[in-house]
Design a protein around this ligand. Structure first.
Ligand SMILES: [Zn+2]
Length: 357
């Protein structure tokens, strides 16, 4: 083989690989304490795209010096410049820039043709010089209330809704919304409800004509307002389920917003919630017993309670026998209402994170 007057150049081919990853957005949160700073990513991590550029270089001829190489038996005419290819019957594998293969893989300096990036190479699947990044398994589990709340907060509609509810607490009536397709922004819709001006009951009646994916209401700035859910609110949640107005217990969100607090209840154990709803709200007497359990026995919403005391007493009542959690999980919104944390009362009486399984 003879190579004459061939110019060699280095060709670099690069490809960008996009993989999904997680980034802890609240590394200082006390719940985030493992080695990478985030031990339950379901709530405290944000999906990110990791872009990795992979490049590789090889040396090829410029295509101008391929005459007279004689690699093709039978004296084939030389290929036209720039045509690529090593000539038929040469026995040399064809150039394959997608696989970093010049047309003479055993000796790139005798490569016979241009190797140019065709622009449509698939991402490399392996090879020296780079480490493949495994794709994460699917991040969203519709049965994980932390995943659902995180997903809700990433939708524009839910954030806007929360702020509409808060902005409206300066009025003297409650408002509420029922929501459809909370997790599917393209098909999302909401219906607005308003309570009576100066209503005695402080509450808004939501009459649902169809099953919903979420309900949210506010407690306006009355001196008598609760900073968390009322016994009536819990009763209504059970009632909406009982009349078939909740599309999916696992992804349904139930939210209350005041001027300074925001909470979402999720149903993290549908069977336990159904049992709770059936046994506590099947009669007026049972509903009164529930109110007594909440307000009297556990001191929820007692005059002078701080917001933290209301949280603790509300959760104590929910967690204590015979409710034993009622299948519910309470999420507390931060001041900006852009992050909601599941909370519970610990065995020592502290308010702590209540991580999702
Ligand atoms: Zn309410």
């Amino acid at each position: 083989m003879e190579v004459s007057s061939q110019n060699f150049t280095d060709v670099e081919i690069c490809s960008t690989i996009i993989t999904s990853g997680l980034q802890c957005t609240t590394p200082n949160y006390p719940g985030c304490n493992d080695e990478d700073g985030c031990d339950h990513c379901g709530t405290y991590c944000t999906p990110i795209d990791v872009m990795t550029e992979v490049c590789w270089t090889f040396t090829v001829g410029d295509g101008g010096g391929e005459t007279g190489t004689g690699t093709s038996p039978g004296g084939n005419a030389p290929p036209p410049p720039g045509s690529g290819g090593g000539g038929s019957g040469s026995g040399i594998p064809p150039a394959d820039p997608c696989n970093n293969t010049p047309d003479n893989p055993t000796d790139p300096y005798t490569a016979q043709s241009n190797v140019v990036d065709p622009g449509n190479c698939p991402p490399p699947t392996g090879g020296p010089g780079w480490v493949p990044i495994e794709d994460d398994p699917p991040l969203f589990d519709p049965n994980n209330p932390c995943d659902v709340v995180d997903s809700l907060l990433k939708t524009t509609a839910f954030s806007v809704l929360l702020h509409k509810l808060r902005d409206s607490t300066i009025n003297n009536y409650e408002i509420g919304y029922s929501q459809l397709n909370t997790l599917n922004p393209a098909n999302y819709s909401e219906t607005y409800y308003t309570g009576q001006f100066n209503s005695e009951t402080l509450s808004v009646d939501v009459i649902l004509n169809y099953a919903t994916d979420g309900l949210a209401h506010n407690h306006y700035n009355s001196p008598d307002r609760l900073h968390n859910f009322s016994a009536e609110d819990i009763y209504k949640l059970a009632y909406y389920w009982s009349i078939g107005k909740i599309n999916n217990l696992s992804t349904f969100s139930y939210t209350v917003v005041t001027d300074s607090t925001s909470y979402t209840l999720m149903i993290d154990d549908p069977a336990a919630f159904i049992s709770f709803a059936q046994s506590w709200f099947d009669s007026k007497a049972h509903f009164y017993a529930f109110k007594t359990h909440l307000y009297t026995n556990h001191g929820y919403a007692k005059d002078g309670n701080s917001i933290a005391e209301d949280e603790r007493t509300f959760l104590n009542a929910l967690q204590a026998p015979p409710l034993n959690g009622a299948g519910l999980k309470l999420f507390r919104g931060n001041k900006e209402m852009n992050s909601f944390t599941p909370i519970k009362v610990s065995s020592t009486g502290q308010l702590v994170t209540n991580p999702c399984n």
